[in-house]
Design a protein around this ligand. Structure first.
Ligand SMILES: [Zn+2]
Length: 197
């Protein structure tokens, strides 16, 4: 098992990759991982492009109390995942195609990204649409919380994506797969391409 410094370095590498691939811009997006009974999450206002281990806040998973730093305002989304699933890492980004697709409020809500290739279902599962609520609001936390227990990942309407994984690398790979599936969905919409069942 990796040490805490190794895991923090891995999280920073992933953040920089997401920034370099233009899947996160400015100070948007946040990511976290579970380590023992603690959750380490990117701090409020930090930029994925130059993230360092010092930019993480630490939160007690059980109580939600902040142990160190100032966590992202989307902390409740991350805690909801860890409290309802076995996953140990969460990535939330406003990547271009996931955000575009989320603005269409696609149906059905429990499987809102069409399967034109088999990879989304293989690597991530079905994607559930969470209705719009302002970022960081209790309403968003509540809407997400009731969707968090379901398998697969999530699009937040008019906002972006949330992907969880058994570790940071699988959450990262899942986020890339979801972005690619949303890109296909956007480019193929209204073109009559057949979907996999
Ligand atoms: Zn966001």
């Amino acid at each position: 098992m990796s040490t805490l410094p190794e895991t923090l370095e891995c999280a920073c590498w992933i953040a920089r990759q997401l920034f370099a691939r233009r899947l996160s811009n400015g100070a948007t997006g946040n990511l976290s991982f579970r380590f023992g009974h603690a959750v380490y999450i990117t701090g409020s206002g930090t930029c994925f492009g130059n993230l360092t281990p010092q930019d993480f806040a630490c939160v007690d998973l059980e109580t939600g109390q902040v142990v160190a730093g100032r966590p992202s305002k989307e902390l409740p989304l991350h805690l909801a995942v860890y409290r309802r699933r076995e996953d140990r890492a969460v990535v939330h980004i406003h990547s271009p195609y996931a955000t575009l697709w989320s603005c269409l409020e696609p149906e059905p809500r429990e499987d809102c990204v069409p399967h034109y290739t088999p990879y989304l279902r293989m690597k991530v599962g079905n994607i559930r649409l969470v209705p719009y609520a302002p970022p960081g609001s209790p309403e968003l936390a509540e809407a997400f919380s009731s969707a968090a227990a379901h398998p697969g990942a999530w699009l937040l309407a008019h906002h972006g994506m949330v992907v969880a994984g058994k570790d940071l690398m699988s959450a990262f790979a899942g986020a890339e797969e979801l972005e690619e599936s949303c890109r296909l969905a956007w480019l193929l919409q209204d073109r009559g391409a057949s979907r996999l069942s």
